[in-house]
Design a protein around this ligand. Structure first.
Ligand code: ATP
Length: 585
């Protein structure tokens, strides 16, 4: 039957496949599983399998020919390095730009990956090891010798719950034990330096290790699980600070990795559901350390919040708190319309409440990130976030004055009547409430809000127009707009403009005769209360949204802050930078 099918389709079948099919037919009567047999026959007769086998043979044959040895087997890695180098140099010549574009093409990248797989001979099937027949009583024992140095071993031990024996709990990637390649998770420890550890606790075993000098000899029973540790490629941005010294639950404080909010971490292993292993991206050479997994950190945050809510529930019923937020109209590099008159006055631009902060609902732990390469001529929008009065408008005004063609702000829409002296399309685009409400419904606005009965908002189109014109779109929305703006379509680069400490804030603003942006009716300086208000909002913004910032600029000395802004904006235009992984696909 097999030969008939093969002849009718006139395919030249691989001889080994044909042989397999014939032996299957011969074995037909002796085999029981009818379905499995049919499945195997269909599979072996398929054109696809035959074609794959032929390709495999050809590649394997060519691989044996020494005349066509690959020049390199990591072309994709080289391409990525070239992309990194080219990114800031695209403006040098059209050739640089073209190469930069070409190397990002998915087809070319797939071709290079295929090339590398062939060059590394990564095409042979990997079959599981055949189990070696072994006498049940005969256990393989391995003796491992490591030289003790100042570097920690990079492994932790525990008592196995079922057997009560001491086993290797985890191996830290890149540590001494990992590099030796001789100790694995699950290995049972029988002896350390000829001392039998049976019945001992992990702390007692650790004491033996700590008291030994020079060569340490382990007698181990290898674990059954044969899985080797493979470094994952996942990178995350940390949304919280972590110090293992202050963590009472970490299995081993010395094995922990200390990091700060905003650090990029390379997660090398997620094998343990509670404790991941990670390295700081900037610190490639060191061994990995333990950090709480996403699941563990989420649980901790939920637990903390529940505790806090419980503690507060008593006091909240006694006092009610009304708070307010000061907000500039969208895209307001223009003179502020804020009506803040002092801490006791209600000073809302968009009528928002502090409890609109979405982060109360969000559990911020880690965000997966990837490198986002700049696209010449298409710039990421720059979003300045900061406390009202901190000086965002001043910085934006200076940036636009430096190059008005390149840096542009979208003109906001409003339903309020035009004031005398205003020009439609300059300060605002004036529209009717009905039209604006309809446009909000159809998601034409990327950001909007209401103030004193009038709507204000920034349309997606106005931002797109600036981007498509090859200019850099600069925005300074209210901080609560971060979530709406942080989308894969916009890919904003978010800069936090932070106030300095009170004394510096007061001194710099006084000496520059700064005009308070809290009072639109007079041109007076800031009061102490207003400075405190700037600091309070700044702290709040940092606490709630700090993990979203790509950069922070402290606006103390104006010249210095402006220089920093120019540097940062230039970097965002030219360099490959970490961004949410979902923006990169
Ligand atoms: N570093 C600085 N040193 C001295 N004065 C400054 C500095 N930064 C800003 N100013 C001044 O402070 C005042 C308020 O700044 P600006 O209007 O830019 O604040 P803003 O954050 O945009 O406020 P708002 O959002 O409320 O409009 C302006 O007079 C500005 O020139």
């Amino acid at each position: 039957m097999t030969s008939i099918i093969m002849a009718s389709e006139s395919i030249e079948f691989d001889p080994v496949l044909s042989k397999l099919l014939t032996s299957l037919n011969e074995a037909d009567n002796k085999l029981s599983g009818e379905q499995e047999l049919q499945f195997l026959q269909t599979l072996l007769q398929s054109k696809e399998i035959n074609a794959l086998v032929n390709v495999h043979h050809k590649v394997a044959k060519l691989g044996r020919d020494e005349r066509i040895a690959p020049i390199l087997s990591a072309s994709m890695q080289v391409a990525l390095e070239v992309l990194e180098l080219l990114a800031p140099r695209c403006h040098i010549s059209p050739l640089c730009r073209e190469l930069f574009h070409l190397l990002q093409k998915p087809h070319l990248q797939s071709l290079m990956c295929a090339h590398d797989a062939v060059a590394q001979k990564d095409f042979s099937p990997h079959l599981p090891e055949l189990p070696v027949e072994m006498d049940e009583d005969e256990e393989t024992i391995k003796i491992v010798q490591l030289v003790k140095s100042n570097e920690p071993l990079g492994a932790t031990i525990k008592t196995d719950e079922d057997t009560g024996k001491i086993v290797i709990a985890r191996i830290l990637v890149g540590g001494a034990a990992d590099r030796s390649g001789l100790i694995h998770v699950g290995d049972e420890v029988i002896e350390v330096n000829n001392v039998n550890v049976e019945g001992k606790t992990p702390s007692e075993v650790l004491a033996i290790l700590q008291n030994s000098d020079g060569v340490i000899t382990f007698k181990l029973v290898p674990s059954d699980s044969k899985y080797g540790q493979r470094e994952s490629k996942v990178r995350v941005k940390a949304f919280f600070d972590y110090n293992p010294e202050n963590d009472p639950y970490i299995p081993c404080k010395e094995a922990g990795l200390c990091f700060q909010k905003g650090d990029i971490l390379h997660i090398v292993s997620q094998d343990d559901g509670f404790w991941w292993q990670a390295r700081k991206e900037v610190d490639k050479t060191t061994r990995a350390g333990l950090i709480p997994s996403r699941a563990l950190q989420e649980r901790r945050i939920i637990h903390e919040r529940t505790q806090m809510a419980r503690e507060m529930s008593g006091s909240e019923s006694k006092s009610s708190c009304t708070s307010s937020i000061c907000m500039t109209p969208p895209g307001s590099p223009y003179p502020s319309n804020s009506s803040c008159r002092g801490p006791k006055t209600k000073k809302i631009m968009y009528d928002l409440a502090e409890n609109d902060d979405f982060d109360r609902e969000m559990i911020a732990t880690y965000e997966e990130v990837a490198k986002l390469y700049p696209r010449p001529g298409i710039y990421r929008p720059i979003v300045l976030i900061g406390a009202p009065g901190v000086g965002r408008n001043e910085l934006i005004k200076r940036l636009i004055a430096r190059d008005p063609e390149k840096y542009r702000c979208p003109v906001p829409y409003t339903t309020r009547p035009m004031k005398s002296g205003e020009v439609p399309g300059r300060e605002y685009l004036f529209v009717s409430r009905e039209k604006m409400e309809a446009d909000i419904q159809t998601s034409l606005f990327i950001e909007h809000g209401e103030f004193k009965g009038h709507l204000y908002g920034t349309s997606a189109d106005s931002v797109k127009t600036i981007i498509n014109a090859g200019a850099v779109c600069i925005m300074n929305p209210h901080y609560q707009a971060i979530k709406a703006l942080r989308t894969p379509q916009l890919k904003p680069y978010i800069i936090h403009v932070k106030p300095p400490l009170f004394d510096e804030l007061k001194m710099t603003r006084y000496s520059a005769k700064a005009i308070s942006s809290f009072d639109e009716t007079s041109s007076r300086g800031f009061t102490d209360d207003e400075f405190h208000e700037v600091l309070r909002s700044g702290e709040r913004i940092e606490f709630l949204y700090g993990h979203f910032f790509d950069e922070t600029i402290i606006n103390e000395d104006l010249e210095t802050a402006f220089e920093q802004l120019v540097e940062t904006v230039t970097r965002a235009e030219n360099e490959s930078l970490w961004a949410p992984a979902s923006w990169v696909q």
